[in-house]
Design a protein around this ligand. Structure first.
Ligand code: 8YV
Length: 302
């Protein structure tokens, strides 16, 4: 059995893969398992160089950088790490909602710049409690965000590819109508070609000059150029972003704006959650090696 590591993964995971499984980082004909993350993934070209590939184990819930259609065609199973990171990513979304509406990052910079003693007050911000929240993508993470913000007295509505029978939140038939009915639009939809640019110029227009965008999903879900323009023109009120279209690059035009909160894709980045993700990747690997099955295949592979 031959394991290939694709990308710079969590050091302790790489260490275990090397010492326990002899993992390498150069593609070879005999590789049967790849361990990677959503930042890197396995595209069709790399799959073509791995004729014996049987499994791709993805460290992370999002697997849009792996060509799952090609994997399925080749009989390669793909796994991800759902559930274990839901709480931390949802916590991050709520933190971004609070930070951007209340201006906490800008206020922190204001204090550090010594402006408090100058006599003025920090400008008033916007109330989170009771604000109308629209969730774009009511999957595991979207539901966890909704659940948390319900406790803030926020009316919740959502848009999904299809209406969900088991939730009481209002359903919007499309992203534009969801944005029009929201003070805060939280993006929690899976990345990939199906959702690319879903938050379009029209959606931002519908969100409006008093509306905020929060994205903890994938940068590709938002038309980033349209977002930058909408912020510059004051056509939306602000944005809290953990993800970007071309990570680790953040549009330069955002860097000196106080109406945005910018995070370096840290949604799942706690010691506890990253350890849980690491364990789940290794459990998938063990199950695959011992029994030829995996614990958490992506939906396309079930
Ligand atoms: C990253 C994420 O995977 O799970 C996801 O889809 O985006 C994150 O948890 C993690 O940062 C590893 O790259």
């Amino acid at each position: 059995m031959s394991v290939l590591v694709v990308g710079a993964l969590k050091p302790s995971l790489v260490q275990t893969l090397r010492s326990r499984y002899g993992a390498r980082d150069v593609p070879a004909d005999d590789v049967d398992v790849v361990v990677t993350s959503g930042r890197f993934g396995v595209d069709a070209e790399l799959m073509g160089r791995l004729p014996n590939l049987r499994a791709v184990l993805n460290f992370g819930v999002g697997y849009d950088t792996t060509d799952v259609a090609e994997a399925t065609r080749r009989g390669v199973v793909v796994t991800n790490t759902p559930d274990v990171l839901t709480d931390c990513v949802a916590d991050t979304a709520v933190a971004l909602v609070l930070a951007v509406l209340r201006g906490f990052s800008a206020a922190d910079r204001w204090v550090r710049a010594g402006r408090w003693p100058e006599g003025g007050n920090f400008p008033l911000t916007r109330r989170v409690s009771g604000s109308r929240v629209g969730i774009l993508g009511l999957g595991r993470i979207g539901r966890a965000v909704a659940h948390r913000l319900e406790a803030f007295g926020c009316p919740i509505s959502y848009h999904n590819r299809r209406e969900l029978p088991d939730v009481a939140y209002g359903y919007a038939p499309d992203a534009v109508s969801l944005a029009a009915a929201s003070d805060v639009l939280v993006v929690a939809a899976a990345g990939g070609s199906g959702s690319a640019g879903l938050v379009s110029e029209q959606v931002l227009e519908a969100l409006g000059p008093r509306g905020y965008l929060v994205n903890v999903a994938r940068g590709s879900v938002v038309d980033e150029d349209a977002l930058v323009k909408a912020l510059q023109d004051g056509r939306i009120a602000g944005a809290g972003l953990d993800v970007f279209a071309h990570e680790p690059h953040v549009p330069a035009a955002l860097l000196d704006r106080d109406d945005v909160v910018l995070l370096p894709h840290l949604g799942s980045g706690t010691v506890e959650t990253r350890n849980d993700m690491e364990r789940l990747v290794l459990d998938n690997l063990e199950a695959f090696l011992r029994e030829g099955r995996v614990l958490t295949p992506v939906p396309e592979c079930t």
